[in-house]
Structure formats: structure tokens, C-alpha cells
Design a protein around this ligand. Sequence first.
Ligand SMILES: *Cc1c(COP(=O)(O)O)cnc(C)c1O
Length: 431
Amino acid sequence: MLHTNLSVNEHGHLTLGGMDTVELAQKYSTPLYLIDENRVREKMKTYIDAMGKYFPLGSMPLFASKSLCFKKIYTVASEMGMGIDLVSPGELYTARAAGFDLANAYFHGNNKTDADIELAINSGLGYFVADNREELDAINRIAGEKGIKQKILMRLTPGIDPHTHAAITTGKVDSKFGTAIETGQAIELVKYVLTLENIELEGFHCHIGSQCFEIKPFCDAADIMIMFMALVRDELGKATTTLNIGGGFGVRYTEDDPHIDIEKSIELIAEHIEKTCVRFEYTLPRVLMEPGRSIVADAGVTLYTAGSTKTITGYKSYVSIDGGMTDNPRYALYQSKYTILNASYADKEADFTATIGGRCCESGDLIAEDVKIKKPKRGDTLAVLVTGAYNYSMASNYNRIPRPALVMIKDGVDTLAVRRETYEDLIRNDL
Ligand SMILES: *Cc1c(COP(=O)(O)O)cnc(C)c1O
């Protein structure tokens, strides 16, 4: 199987974390998100241990909330000793409601409103990752009103293009995020930040993109960032101590994708950073990383119930499912590839080529095209693998379709973590 937490049991059913997915589909109904909690914990531990081992004291991984956000994930992150990154006041509110200590939270985003900044400071946020000058002024003003000195990192664009999909590439100079180093604007902005009384500049952040399998773009980005930190020290007399190199490790969605060895990659990045720091005579900064996808993606499976199987003579075959772009918009957005199987007959050969279509009134509502699957009949459970990241968090109510439930599974026990939306939920705010 694609990942070690997937298998097939004696009934020929797909299992996730040892549990029968067909039984879970019957118990909770479909569409249904499953998250293998042990897998999430294992991945968090891999990052925490490797970063603790290879980077200086104070280094830590921050779970990228945007990949999967609901209360229980913050409980898990907190228990494991992960920090978090947040990109919206809604994520912050969710983490706070889960009792997460926001001293270990980093608030991102390219347009934080005054209300967002107030909410964050009132909630005891540890750090803002500041994007632009107007925002820095607002943070400085609001921190002043509250009588605090607010710690921040500044988001910079190192000018790296890691050659992943354009929509998920963010480290280039031409980006809506952060401030460019190459154009000289970053050093000017740092000079300005150092005049702001209620802000403590602790370091810098960059995020080069997502779904990267190579470490070279991370090393290249770190070089540019450290070079910049040395410039800030030499020209402005400020030695900052934190370098956040963002998220982005790739995930195996299909058999064609490689596996990434997280620990080894961190070791190699750490070695590289050490060398660069020696070269610039820079005291090794603490390093932060922001993994999202590589923590939760392969912990997730989405279950659907098959509807019709339709073959258009001379063209192709469509299998329709009871979910689609509303619970997984990634194919419609990026043509992301997925592995799909008939979970009811996971022991049978995939004998049928089909395009998997959702139930929205939208031709682009597909989950995969021309994939091999054991031919389903109405009522079979279909499973889309590796859906833990950017599926639930990107779900919508398009066509007034209620969002699915999310069930966590751990050591043979299934626990409802997010209940299924009801029709009543859909009209809750309608007046
Ligand atoms: C999206 C994002 C991440 C997480 O990226 P993954 O590919 O899910 O690891 C981390 N940091 C920032 C700033 C992001 O925008």
C-alpha cells in the first residue's frame, strides 16, 4: 500500500490505522474524513526530535494550521510540544478555544486587520510574522496601547522558485507575501522597524512553496536569509536570533511520488545552515519550520459512497460519489493527483478506468481522471487516500452541501472530532 498505515483486512476492506473503513462509513455515513491520530503524532515527533537534535536550543516545528484546523488537532499539537502557525483570526480563535498556549503561536497573513491584531494580542499571541509596513505600524500602535512590547518576525521573499505548481509557490520576488530582499526593500523596512518602540524584531521568515521533495531550495533560501541577517547586523547593528524557513516538504499522493525522509532532510539542512553561518561569522540562530502537509496528509482518508457508474460509448467512464469539490477542491484547483480505491473490495484487482465525479452542479467537480479502480456498484465505499491536508480545511458549502464529519482514529478507537453539518447549520445565519 501507498503508506504503512493502510492495509486490507480479512473482509477485503481497506483499513486505516488498523480500522475497517467500510464499517466506519456505515457507522458515521459518508462523505467522511478519517484522521489517523497516531500517524499525526508520529510525524510531529519526527519533526520535534530531529529539530531538537540538529538545530540549536529553542528550535521547533510549528504546525501549519491552514492544512487542517479543528479544535482537537491543537490538543494533539499541544500534547506533542509543537508550536503552531496561524493565518487567520478564525484559526487563532479555534486554537484558543482548544486551550492551546498561544505563546507558541506565530500569526501570519498578508493583511491582518486592526481587529485581528487586537484579538491576537489580547489572546497572548507569542509572535506576529509581519508582512508589510502598514501592518507594522498597526502592531506598533496597538502594542503601545496595551503597554506591551510585541515580538515579531518579518516575512521576506528570498527569490526562490522551487518549481512546484505556480499557485503554491510563494518564495519568489513577485509575490503578494512579504518584502523582497533582492530589490533592497527588505533592508529599508528593517531599518524602519528598528525605530518602532513597541516592537521587538526577533528574526525573519520565508516560505518558498509547497510539495517540495528536494532540500536544495530550502538550503538556497536559508543562505539568502542568513546573508541578509548578517547584512542587518553589519549595517544596522542588530543581530537577530530566529530564522523561520517555512513549510513545504512533499507528500506521497500516488505511487509516482517519492518518499521524503524528514529526519535526514532536517539533518542536511542543519549542516548546510551551520556552514553558511560559519561563512558569515553569524551566531547560529534558532530555526523554526512550519510543516503542514507533511504532518497530516497521509494520516487522512476520505470515504464516499459510490452512486452511478456511467460509460459514455466511445468516450470514457464516470463514477459518481456523494461528495466532491466541496470536501476536496484540490483537483479542481490544481489538478492534484490522488490514489482512489474501492474500499469495499480493496483486495480485488483495479480492473476499470474511471473519472471520479462529485455531486456538484459543475463539470469541473472531479476528484481524479482516468484512474484504475475495482469497478464499483452503487453503495460501495470508495476511499481517496492522503487527504489529511487541505481537504477539510478547504471545504465549502457550495451547492448548499453540508460539510462532512471528521473522525479521529487511535489505537482501535474511533472518536468523532467534528460533527457532520446539518441542513439546519446551513441556514443558521440566514435571516
Ligand atoms: C502553507 C504554508 C505552510 C505549510 O506548508 P506545507 O506545504 O503544508 O508544509 C507553512 N508556512 C506558510 C507561511 C505557509 O503559507
